[in-house]
Design a protein around this ligand. Sequence first.
Ligand code: TYD
Ligand code: MG
Length: 420
Amino acid sequence: MEDVPETKFATKHDLSSGGRAIAFEALDAPTQALTRRKTGLEEFDRALGGGIVPGSAILMGGEPGIGKSTLLLQAAAAIARAGNDAVYVSGEEATGQVRMRARRLGLADAPIRLAAATSVRDILTSLAEGAPPALLVIDSIQTMHSDMIEGAPGTVSQVRASAFELIRYAKENGVALVLVGHVTKDGNIAGPRVLEHMVDVVMSFEGERSHQYRILRALKNRFGAVEEIGVFAMEGHGLAEVSNPSMLFLSGREEPLAGSAVFPALEGTRPVLVEIQALIVRLQSGATPRRAVVGWDNGRLAMLLAVLESRCGLNFSSAEVYLNVAGGYRLADPAADLAVAAALVSALADRALPLHSIWFGEVSLSGEVRPVSHTGLRLKEAVKLGFSAATGPAEASQDTEGLTYSGLKGLPALVDRVMA
Ligand code: TYD
Ligand code: MG
């Protein structure tokens, strides 16, 4: 599929033959209302924007071992137990292995139709025999093989061709299709990326394998917003839903610690309090100092360090800087800037920030602290979890009962505050 020959255009534009007329429609013409089917796994439905849409194709990406198969087996079981037909095709594991996992998850009695197969033709031929299922899980697309084209499973052309056939089947039969796609740390394996434009929904299942928490996030959704996340905890008997995640990513500190700052992040409509940890190590020699980040953007850290150096006169140039977001959480909210800056300054000065304080605000290149969205939501959640002080943009000052708010105009004021 990828080596398409160069297209030759006729010099003369001839429309005299072929071509059927297509009917154009008004944008506001009546349409069938979108139906969504709840799986019953609430966090899964939430991340999908309210449930799965029949006839839609979902790509479920994630690193190997993060829990994709576990999540989808649980979702399939929930659908099957609600009386809908769910088919789970594993191309990676034998049915015995899947059955063993199901037993461990307490789902052995769920009426799922299970198969181990990798031939798309075999799968579609078998499915054509009865009524189409409500849900079809293909685990994983990288193991599938289409005989429409040449090539080994896992190659870009095979992945694309297999997905194309499965998606066409799903659309024609109103089946909700989930394609599992393994993604490596840098997210750039040949497989899933090339499918993103073919599917309706792209989900990413994230987390650190060494941590318990997993976040299900929609990166693209043709049927809904992409702001809500699903939160799960990987436990001995599968993924448990976490319906109130606001304090998962606090490390449970009891004493103030230099280099630690709490940030009230926002995931969709849910606030999540996250601890940010910074460590600064002074180097004696002239070696190039390391900067290492887990859970935040590398470039953003470089920018903040540059702003702290040029606007506040701090010196990080001969120091190694390590930044970590607790609990395996990945921060994307730009409002985290001020909390990261606070953690850095606190680490550099070796002075702890007050234990029950939170920090938020976007930092500009000039060192200003800029206002962010949903200040009220962030503050309310902080109060609920026992925080009593908040520092943020000067403009955002909000009266929240039980909380002292102080506004900062810029990073120099932050440095004064931490050093005071
Ligand atoms: P899996 O769903 O196989 O990951 P993926 O399909 O993304 O490759 O799950 C991988 C890990 O999850 C496995 O290493 C062990 C862990 N796990 C549990 O901790 N508890 C459980 O109940 C299950 C089924 C798995
Ligand atoms: Mg798997």
